[in-house]
Design a protein around this ligand. Structure first.
Ligand code: UT7
Length: 328
């Protein structure tokens, strides 16, 4: 393995079948299809059934990624699950995924970096593979944001959806693989995007439930401003680390939070629309899974090809941000 760089061996994704459209939301809160489309770019999102959990989608996405990679579950050395909506507070959702996949030789750990989670997981996986510690690391980002979305709050409930995306990270042939990562955080902005209760600070109680504190609280404009800056600086930084110019980008795979945030990044880097992967219209913001879902769809549609230089970039709760430059 020495000398072989870590890269993406295969990807997979899974979203619920049930569609929640803007027309549906018009019946639930005081909003309109026109407002949602022009302010966010979202037309519909997918919502899991009541009996389902995050790991159900994570397993489906992971199975597809394993198949695409040609790697058996028993060959996985570590499962990293990025989620803010674990099946339970503990054990880790990664352990549930490990068991359901039959990844009998794998360690399992959850990471929580909000919508940047896939990039954090990919960076850890790539470092472990590059170091020769592990050969195959499964990184799966999965969230059922519908579980923590307040469907009485029009400023957030129109944004979020459910889904999962996965990648098997392992050694790839010369000339391919991850070239650079950029990860960052600013915890002082934690209260721009958070869920107040349910943890050790405010354990669940009748009072926290009555105060609707088990739902996402977001300061939209503050998050928006942060996002535009973070997307630009993380992309610039990762290109500089990789020794590449913005013209080298074949495909930008951004976190899908708002089409206006994505467009700002696209324009800043002078990219044609054909070079930017968009799924927000059909899935909304699916948290950490949005980047691997978009990448998986681009690969399966033939838009992302072997040898392409892809920049994956996102931001999220924490606040956190991250970017990866990868030769597919
Ligand atoms: O994964 C990271 C997660 N989060 C994000 O990336 C979110 C980043 N922020 C955003 O995407 C945008 O800030 C939002 C889409 C959340 C909001 O868009 P905005 O252009 O920043 O709107 P705003 O918050 O400034 O609100 C403008 C108006 C307000 O009415 P008034 O005060 O001007 O009368 C809101 O009450 O729009 C109103 N509004 C709505 N109207 C119809 C807020 N939500 C809605 C809604 N339907 N769903």
């Amino acid at each position: 393995m020495a000398g072989m760089r870590a890269g993406i061996l295969g990807t997979g994704s899974a979203v619920p079948e049930r569609v929640l459209s803007n027309a549906d939301l018009e019946k639930m809160v005081d909003t309109s299809d026109e407002w949602i489309v022009t302010r966010t770019g979202i037309k519909e999102r997918r919502i899991a059934e009541a009996y389902e959990a995050t790991s159900d989608y994570a397993v489906r996405a992971s199975e597809k990624a394993l198949q695409a990679a040609g790697v058996a579950a028993e060959e996985i050395d570590l499962v990293i699950c990025a989620t803010v909506t674990p099946d339970m507070m503990f054990p880790a959702t990664a352990c549930i995924i490990q068991d359901k996949l039959g990844a009998t030789h794998a360690g399992a750990v959850d990471i929580e970096s909000g919508c940047s989670g896939f990039l954090y997981g990919a960076a850890m996986a790539a470092a472990m593979v590059d170091a020769g510690m592990y050969r195959h690391v499964l990184v799966v980002a999965a969230d059922l944001l519908s579980r923590i979305t307040d469907y009485e709050d029009r400023s957030t409930c129109v944004l979020f959806g459910d889904g999962a995306g996965a990648a098997v990270i392992g050694p790839v042939p010369e000339g391919r693989g991850f070239l650079a990562f950029d990860l960052g955080s600013d915890g002082s902005g934690g209260e721009f995007l958070f869920m107040p209760a349910g943890g050790s600070r405010r354990p669940p109680s009748a009072e926290t439930v009555a105060a609707r504190e088990h739902f996402i609280k977001m300061q939209g404009q503050e998050t928006f401003k942060f996002a535009v800056k973070a997307m630009a600086s993380a992309t610039e930084s990762v290109l500089a680390k990789a020794g590449l110019d913005k013209d080298a980008i074949d495909l930008l795979v951004p976190h899908q939070a708002n089409i206006r945030i994505i467009d700002a990044a696209r324009k800043r880097f002078g990219l044609d629309e054909s070079k930017v992967v968009i799924t927000i219209d059909k899935y909304g913001n699916t948290s950490a899974s949005s980047i691997p879902i978009a990448l998986d769809e681009a690969i399966r549609e033939g838009r992302a090809k072997v040898g392409d230089l892809a920049v994956l970039v996102g931001f999220g709760a924490g606040l956190t941000w991250g970017a990866a430059a990868v030769r597919l």
